[in-house]
Write a protein that binds this ligand. Structure first.
Ligand SMILES: Cc1ncc(COP(=O)(O)O)c(C=O)c1O
Length: 440
């Protein structure tokens, strides 16, 4: 135990165990699959305290929703204030200002020297579904190009666009038509080269029938894969040449995590549409599609939307998140955290053979564990062992990767150096143990 981690019981403690028993009786089985066996009572900044009084350092941030930390006081105040006035109308019934304010702020932040307009939704999958709908409507085309190891959600269309069969797709077909999967060109998992990509595309689909290319500028669930130099620029060029819309899925990488508000800003690439969610409203359900205004203006009224989309409480939270990122200089903090994370992890890489790759941008960093550096065979089970050891020693940490052999940082940008260093002491011990199992 250290300055921040405080374990008063074994994990899970008696109260968490009791809740798990109630859960098993009534909650749908596929939902009873939480990373943490400890049930939360309080969350503040990067710390989570469970119902048994155990305090953990949280490196998962609600699967990447907590860039400004758990229960940031400014977000909480905005939510309470909004709740005192009104909770819901449906923006298309009785409109309200908080919706416009979020749209104004997002339009200003999004790259591109053109007018933008913004539509709000509830979650990531809805934003992606709508970006595809919009692309199809304005282009009069059906095709959607996605990538290997992509994750875009769990609805019929977004599950089709997602790569991984188990657990996301197996048994849930038939899938949506006209979705074409192409290689995501990245250094650690070489497939084709950037130059070969367009030729391969044209063997799968006539590009003149493609409405959009949907790409995560840095893949999230796929293991924080950063594209090879020139890849995103090539996609933009190919998209423009064939009249295809380029959609950036910033649902995991956006809202400051990489040191830029949108991760695509690390490249000289301007998408036609950006989808964002997760950290946007600090855990309140809100997502956005930010598009060129000339594109959005071509859709008929009520053709996109939904009863709860752009809820005023969620809008007030998002508005506050955007201001907090500016006021607390969290983009600079994300970059500094990236330097700290990489500094420690690169030194581990020299000591522990199990670490195959350290990669990412800003605070969006991942470790990939392999059994062998030459073959890069995934060390999936040992990754699971590392995560479990961390959990039982007071650190919540998220896995990722198509083979489940990566650890990813989805940490709050509010975490202090002392907190992350304490969490990394626990993580390093777990990595050392896994390394021992690998080499013995
Ligand atoms: C890149 C990306 N796109 C889309 C989604 C789907 O978002 P949601 O779970 O809010 O529907 C996720 C969720 O993890 C994601 O990481």
């Amino acid at each position: 135990m250290g300055k921040f981690i405080s374990l008063k019981t074994a994990v899970p403690g008696p109260k968490s165990t009791e809740l798990a028993k109630r859960e098993a009786k009534v909650v749908a089985a596929p939902m009873c699959d939480a990373l943490s066996p400890a049930w939360i009572a309080e969350g503040h900044g990067a710390l989570v305290t469970d119902v048994d009084g155990n305090t953990f350092i949280d490196l998962t941030g609600g699967w990447g929703c907590m860039a400004v930390g758990h229960s940031h006081p400014r977000v909480v105040a905005a939510i309470k204030d909004q709740a005192d006035h009104y909770l819901h109308t449906d923006f298309t019934s009785v409109p309200y200002e908080p919706y416009i304010t979020v749209c104004e702020k997002l339009a200003k932040l999004a790259p591109g020297d053109f007018e933008k307009s913004v539509a709000l939704f509830n979650n990531g999958a809805e934003a992606i579904e709508n970006a595809v709908k919009i692309s199809r409507h304005v282009s009069g085309r059906n095709g959607v190009v996605v990538f290997d190891r992509a994750f875009h959600g769990r609805t019929l269309l977004t599950m089709t666009m997602t790569h991984k069969a188990k657990p996301y797709k197996a048994g849930f077909g038939p899938f949506a038509p006209d979705v074409y999967r192409m290689p995501f060109v990245t250094p650690y998992h070489p497939s084709i080269t950037v130059d070969q990509w367009e030729k391969l595309l044209t063997t799968y689909v006539d590009p003149s029938t493609v409405a959009c290319i949907v790409v995560e500028p840095i893949q999230g669930e796929g293991g924080f894969r950063v594209p090879s130099d020139g890849f995103l620029e090539m996609l933009e060029e190919v998209a423009h040449r064939y009249g295809i819309l380029l959609v950036a899925d910033e649902i995991q990488a956006g809202v400051g995590r990489t040191g830029k508000f949108f991760s695509i800003e690390h490249w000289n690439v301007v998408p036609d549409m950006i989808c964002t969610a997760k950290s946007l409203a600090a855990g309140m359900p809100l997502s956005a599609v930010i598009a060129r205004k000339d594109i959005m203006d071509r859709l008929p009224g009520s053709s996109i939307g939904g009863t709860y989309v752009g809820n005023p409480v969620a809008c007030r939270a998002a508005s506050e998140v955007i201001d907090i990122i500016r006021d607390e200089r969290l983009l600079e903090r994300a970059t500094a955290l990236g330097t700290l994370i990489r500094g420690r992890w690169n030194s581990w890489k020299e000591q522990y053979k199990i670490i195959g790759d350290v990669r990412g941008i800003g605070a969006m960093q991942a470790l990939e564990f392999v059994k062998d550096h030459a073959t890069r065979e995934p060390a999936t089970q040992l990754n699971g062992q590392i995560i479990r050891e961390c959990l039982h020693n007071g650190v919540l940490v998220a896995g990722s990767g198509i083979y489940g052999n990566c650890i990813r940082m989805l940490v709050s940008l509010e975490i202090t150096d002392d907190q992350i260093n304490e969490a990394f002491d626990v993580l390093e011990t777990a990595v050392a143990h896994a390394n021992q199992s690998l080499t013995s």
